[in-house]
Design a protein around this ligand. Structure first.
Ligand SMILES: [Zn+2]
Ligand SMILES: [Zn+2]
Length: 603
């Protein structure tokens, strides 16, 4: 947990304390920090509404003023079960008639042998592993924000709970800035702008929720991103592959995603009857792929590899399918089909540092292109207590890879934070967080170091000494998925995209529809089109101001306005979206400048 997450999670305890003072029957389930703040899930007779927020906040104030210590207590499992049965856990005192049923369920999730801890602030005792701030008084500024409902443990078979969201910051100024930023984010909502600009639709009736259809204008952006990725990856020595969208169950049993680890995130299997022998008919299960790695591993395995073949960098804009709960779906940001800027780098331990460094360099290059001044790499490592449970049981390999990653991050001067006990199952991971132009944080991509799955797939290379060795695998996707990345770019630019990626780059507008004028305009359109510029012509008799307004509304990056005088001088008048007239220039100069700005991907 970062410091801010620790503070927010502590605020969740304080909120629970306050709610219990007002409604003593409340039973709490889970209260983790989230991107923008925190929540706590609870069940009680009273249905909380936003009108209750001031009351709860007032009670929270008292708890913060009391400046109670968050006191950690380690207990035995028996003790914890007993305290849950008397309603003490997640309560202010014993409630024998009202046992802490969700805490009993949470206790069951704690593996045998792992220590069980409480955190106590004042009268409130919660089952929690922490960490928290030292004292309730460390919570500087907070606010309750919204209410939702959620199933206990996210499972539809479990009871539905009330979820109360809030946020907290070190001080009032930061809290105020946060809400100002959210106001601005509302104006830049990617769903609103995406619809206005005709970038994508979600056709729930015929295609399905969470399955965006890219319209021509959105597709133009998708293709620009792919062009950028392909050129960058080609220069960095990647090779491209293409893989199908489905694979047999065996693939995911081998990768370890099935039967359990990832099953909930995958679409249910398709069952096909296929003849395996002369008469036997057996059922084959196929799954839509939720990740590209297993397919890439099989490409690695398709040929014998020697030390000369690696590092091998396999890249693909692969389409994956993930079964997100319908309540979790959100525009382009949470979807069920995703196009990923994926690649897997197979390398030796000796090559790891330079490969990993090159990946980081690629990120920095992209940040520059998109004008992302603020970013952070969140480096998640393992924890000894999770070995063999949450993490593959290879303590030495964990240490080795984590040390390597840390060294590279340190040496490269990249901005990063290290967070213990949040790694992936098969290796340390790095979440790449960026801040949009209005200061909102997004996780756009994840890098993973994988020292376990290549072994499960039996991937080897023949080393110089003729022995067979297993390569490391780096999973990386700097541009994330098209869906999330374009969703992010819409907010970042408020839809006013730089020329190179703007869906409609140029519109040529004539003052009237006289034939010579239209011909002059059409020749410019043809020339730009021949150079792959996305350009449209508006030669109607409408008033020029109306035509300009239409183009501005469509967020066309560059408008070329042509009147008789421009034509006679071999010139065009240039306007930029949102910036107005930038003057008349010779036609050839304007065309050359447009092409150069696109080629250089000018901001
Ligand atoms: Zn806690
Ligand atoms: Zn992967």
């Amino acid at each position: 947990m970062t410091d801010l997450e620790r503070l927010r999670h502590s605020a969740a305890h304080v909120m629970a304390t306050a709610i219990l003072r007002l409604w003593p029957d409340a039973q709490f389930a889970a209260g983790p920090p989230v991107d923008d703040g925190f929540y706590y899930d609870l069940e009680m007779k009273h249905r909380i509404s936003p009108e209750d927020f001031p009351k709860i906040e007032e009670e929270m104030k008292k708890e913060i003023k009391a400046n109670h210590v968050f006191e950690k207590v380690t207990v035995t499992r028996e003790q914890a079960i007993q305290d849950a049965q008397t309603g003490r856990l997640g309560g202010l005192g014993e409630r024998p008639e009202n046992p802490s049923k969700f805490k009993i369920g949470n206790l069951e999730d704690i593996p045998e042998g792992e220590s069980i801890t409480y955190f106590k602030n004042g009268d409130f005792i919660d089952l929690c592993a922490g960490p928290h701030v030292m004292r309730t008084g460390n919570i500087g500024a907070y606010k309750l924000t919204s209410i939702a409902s959620a199933y206990y443990k996210g499972d539809e078979k479990n009871p539905q709970l009330q979820r109360i969201y809030g946020t907290a910051f070190k001080n009032r100024t930061q809290l105020d800035e946060h809400f100002k930023m959210l106001e601005e984010a509302k104006k830049r909502d990617h769903r609103k702008i995406g619809q206005e600009m005709g970038l994508y639709v979600i056709d729930t009736e015929f295609v399905g929720p969470g399955l965006p259809l890219w319209l021509p204008k959105g597709t133009a952006m998708v293709e620009e991103l792919e062009k950028l990725a392909k050129a960058t990856e080609f220069a960095a020595g990647y090779v491209r592959v293409k893989t199908p969208h489905i694979a047999k169950e065996k693939m995911y049993l081998t990768s370890g995603h099935l039967p359990l680890l990832y099953a909930d995130s995958m679409f249910p299997p398709m069952e096909l009857k296929e003849k395996s022998g002369a008469s036997d008919e057996d059922v084959q299960r196929y799954y839509l792929k939720a990740m590209n790695c297993p397919h890439h591993h099989r490409i690695y395995a398709a040929e014998p590899r020697s030390y000369r073949d690696i590092p091998l960098r396999l890249a693909e804009y692969g389409t994956c399918y993930r079964y997100e709960q319908s309540g979790e779906l959100f525009g382009l940001m949470r979807v069920r089909s995703l196009n990923m800027n994926d690649a897997h780098i197979y390398c030796t331990t000796e090559q790891f540092a330079s490969e990993f460094n090159a990946v980081n360099e690629m990120y920095l290059k992209y940040f520059k292109i998109f004008g992302l001044d603020k970013y952070q790499m969140r480096f998640s490592t393992s924890a000894p207590e999770g070995m063999g449970k949450k993490y593959v049981d290879e303590p030495a390999l964990w240490k080795q890879t984590e040390d390597m990653v840390r060294e590279v991050l340190k040496a490269s001067g990249i901005n990063y934070v290290e967070v213990a006990n949040e790694a992936a199952f098969y290796g340390p991971k790095i979440d790449v967080q960026v801040w949009s132009a209005i200061g909102r944080e997004f996780t756009i991509a994840t890098n993973q170091v994988d020292f376990a799955v290549p072994k499960r797939f039996g991937l080897v290379y023949k080393d110089r000494d003729n022995t067979e060795k297993t390569p490391l695998c780096i999973h990386r996707a700097p541009l994330g998925t098209h869906e999330r990345f374009i969703g992010f770019l819409i907010e970042h630019y408020a839809g006013n995209f730089p020329l190179w990626i703007a869906p409609e780059q140029v519109r040529v507008l004539t003052l009237g529809d006289e034939e010579p004028l239209v011909n002059y305009a059409k020749a410019i359109v043809d020339e730009l089109r021949a150079n792959f510029v996305r350009v449209e012509g508006d030669y109607s008799t409408d008033k020029i101001n109306g035509k300009i307004q239409d183009a501005e509304k469509a967020k066309v990056h560059t408008m070329l306005v042509i009147g008789r005088r421009d034509m006679e001088a071999g010139a065009v008048s240039v306007r930029h979206h949102g910036k107005g007239n930038v003057g008349a220039k010779p036609k050839a100069e304007v065309v050359a400048d447009i092409l150069a700005a696109i080629k250089e991907r000018r901001a």
